[in-house]
Design a protein around this ligand. Sequence first.
Ligand code: KG4
Ligand code: ZN
Length: 352
Amino acid sequence: MKILAIETSCDETAAAIVEDGRKIISNIVATSAELHAKTGGIIPEIAARQQVLFIIPVIEEATLPLRNEKKGKPDLLNTFKKIDALAVTVGPGLIGSLVVGVEAAKTIAMTTGKPIIPVNHVKAHLYANLLNGTEKPDFPAIGLVVSGGHTELYFWQSINNIKWIGGTIDDAAGEAFDKTARILGLGFPGGPAIAAEAVKIQFDGNPGRIQNIKLPRPMMKEDSLNFSFSGLKTAVKRTVDDLKMKNKFNGKTVSYLSYEIQESITDVLSFKTILAAEKYKVKTIALGGGVAANLRLKEKLTKESGKKIRICVPPPSFCTDNALYIASCAFHYNNPVSWKSIEADPGLSVEV
Ligand code: KG4
Ligand code: ZN
């Protein structure tokens, strides 16, 4: 079954064709991230405007492997006949961005009569683990989705049975990376920028202690499966203000702080995820979302689970937003609805 999936929940415009939830036929992603770098965060109106510009070219390019004519004006209507169903992210996300993908998918469904499957973006991130080129999880598993807007733990009981078991009560892990990177004057997105700084001193021995920089590990020792990252941002701001007052805020302290930020976030994420794996007695942890691309997180999960638990992390390009996992999730749920009843739902619960 070939599914054409469309994903426009935030600042990426993505379309992909995937067969049987795993075989990648095409994967196209356009992003407006560089426009948001200047402001250190996503401006929803700019993201939405770029979605409008990108959506048709991205869909056209994604259909290229199925087209007979490789040059000239694409015969999209005939090409759409070769797919079996459509899938589209309906939420959660930015309303202005979501509607662009949803309306595009509805239009294709209406004109072709193809079934259309609505997809929850957050849960779908985990389905990146089922694509060809990944190490497949065994079920039951614990799923951790860590992205710019979400930090959610799931009990992934079977391939299409996922139960939410915990999440952040304030900022998401990716948001913590992005906001603290901004305080340090690093680029956007903050996760890769902080990781690149941290790696400069990773093997320097007790990096935080040398510089007397120690950040909190919020909610780490609690038994709950919830997270809180907003206090970290405040602690970083206080430390930076203090360093500036002492004239010690420089390239070296930015690297030390980056190291300590990455340690704090990954300590909490790995502790809670392993706690969930123990509580639910599973042997596999599967990650998804942009922060899953963080190498230190995988390193810690692998080390701290003592090899009793297998850690599945898709390749970085499958972790960040794309339409491959939307197609894979749609294939495994296979719950088409009438295009008339599909609507963008920015506040869609991560629990459904
Ligand atoms: O899943 P994603 O592409 O978009 C959302 O749905 O939010 O995740 C984006 C987030 C950003 O916060 C970014 O800073 C973070 O993923 N990120 C990383 C890394 N690569 C991306 N965080 C830590 N380490 C990375 N290597
Ligand atoms: Zn995402």
